[in-house]
Design a binder for this molecule. Structure first.
Ligand code: LRH
Length: 469
């Protein structure tokens, strides 16, 4: 058997991670080899990701992996946040920095798209939830701005391509474009045509676990990287994170908790029923042919942006300090709507929250940052309440008798939120892996290399590798 190590790259909106899976005498071990911060930057040309910095960070991470794994590296796979993409020039290099899905340009493009193709019609066609962050609205925003309509690749697939892989659009990530026919698993060329977007600029769809090439370029000269395969895992980080939950039962829901909270359950078939459409629950592709049936709920984004605002106002609160203080305050009298569109935008979050309170005739929380525990309590209780609302809707729409909810991802470390979630939902909360996307990424790699990337092999590998974290 091949005992070389595996590398998983996980691109996050707050940080990017390069991890190594090695086979030791004590079983498989995953190590976080390199982590670097990420953040979209407000520029004169919109909210953008610094792609040069991301690529430099990954290069550094890969070099560190090669130094550690003297046994050699068998494969590399990349997952990351969905929807954002790089436009490519003739040579396959990115044209400029990619836009962030939170850029305000999508507000106008969403309106323009729906004038041509009404949201309700689009929803029936695609089974995908209508969200203005979806790739479709961004491609249309490019068009409205008169930007060149060149080939584009989502960021994980772009990284794989830059490392030497062929240009592909991995299926789980492709579903988040809102440009796919979920039933056929193919690009919905009709939608492209209606919106005068060129389907030829998208890349061929491949299933998770597809080997897309071999590492090429300068890194391939490093001895550990001889004959290293490049694999498209579930390139959508959330699909990877859910692939990292090895539970074959039907009685569980998930919350993939990071910048966003993805609140949902796995299905065997898409559910595009009227109630699912009314709730704007989305169907996305998952590992092994499963469907992620969920809703994007706000997440650590709210707290992260509050911490940033408080720091700028002179007080550098940490989560560790704030959480017990917030918990001690108990349930606030009023809650906020965590999914109000205004709270998805960057900027002074405490002010945005206060504005919402004010608009609803509630007393505001001031002055800050002194009132950070109060604001934190408000956010946590409001999130837990929203999770419960969404899970109730999911249970009634799917007819599932939910017993437990797995919480995976960085946000699962927030024990206060976990307790509030247990109270609000009445479900047993089970903590999964903090690095569940990386776990799912490795599981799909192993299934692809050793078996086939079907649901059962992926789940078996996820169970085997769970102990590596
Ligand atoms: C989480 C995530 C989520 C998407 C959003 C763009 O990182 O991929 O599933 O909706 O980012």
């Amino acid at each position: 058997t091949d005992t070389r190590a595996l590398v998983a790259i996980d691109l996050g909106a707050e940080s990017c991670r390069v991890s190594l899976l090695r086979w030791t005498a004590n079983g498989p071990q995953s190590t976080l080899v390199h982590r670097f911060l990420n953040n979209a930057m407000e520029t004169s040309e919109g909210l953008r990701w610094n792609l040069t910095q991301i690529e430099a960070g990954l290069d550094e991470g890969l070099k560190k992996c090669a130094e550690i794994a003297t046994e050699g590296i068998r494969s590399i796979a990349v997952d990351g946040w969905a929807v954002d993409y790089a436009r490519l020039d003739e040579s396959g290099a990115a044209i400029g920095d990619p836009y962030c899905y939170r850029d305000v340009r999508n507000i106008a493009s969403e309106g323009a798209v729906h004038e041509i193709l009404p949201a309700s019609q689009m929803r029936v066609l695609t089974a995908i939830g209508i969200m203005r962050i979806n790739t479709l609205y961004q491609l249309y925003a490019d068009k409205m701005a008169g930007l060149p309509q060149t080939r584009w690749l989502h960021l994980p697939e772009y990284i794989l391509h830059r490392l030497g892989g062929r240009a592909v659009s991995e299926y789980t990530n492709a579903t988040h474009t809102q440009l796919i026919d979920l039933h056929r698993g193919e690009w919905a060329t009709g939608i492209f045509e209606k919106l005068d977007l060129d389907p030829e600029m998208a890349s061929p769809i491949v299933p998770p676990g597809t080997i897309v090439g071999k590492l090429a370029g300068p890194l391939a000269l490093v001895p550990a990287f001889r004959d290293t395969q490049l694999i498209a895992p579930c390139c959508h980080d959330t699909a990877s994170a859910i692939a990292g939950i090895p539970d074959a039962a039907e009685d569980w829901a998930y919350i993939s908790s990071g910048t966003w909270s993805l609140v949902g359950t796995l299905l065997h078939e898409p559910n595009n029923s009227q109630p699912a459409r009314d709730e704007n629950l989305t169907n996305f592709g998952g590992a092994g042919g499963r469907i992620l049936f969920h809703k994007n709920v706000n997440g650590m984004w709210l707290l992260r942006n509050c911490l940033d605002a408080w720091r700028e106002a002179g007080r550098d609160w940490t989560f560790e300090e704030l959480l017990p203080l917030a918990e001690a305050l108990g349930r606030p009298q009023y809650l906020i709507n965590v999914d109000a569109p205004d709270l998805l935008l960057p900027g002074d979050m405490p002010a945005r929250i206060n504005r919402q309170l004010e608009e609803n005739g509630r007393p505001t929380l001031s002055p800050y940052p002194e009132d950070a525990p109060g604001m934190t309590a408000l956010i946590l209780h409001s999130l837990a309440f929203r999770y419960a609302e969404v899970l109730d809707a999911i249970a009634s729409i799917t007819g599932k008798k939910l017993k437990k909810v797995y919480i995976v991802g960085g946000g699962s470390r927030n024990e206060v939120l976990n307790r509030l979630t247990a109270q609000a939902t009445g479900l047993e909360v089970v903590r999964g892996a903090v690095e569940s996307s990386t776990l799912g990424n490795f599981a799909v790699q192993m299934a692809a290399l050793e078996n086939s990337a079907d649901a059962q092999s992926i789940a078996e590998w996820a169970a085997t590798l769970r102990t590596a974290f």
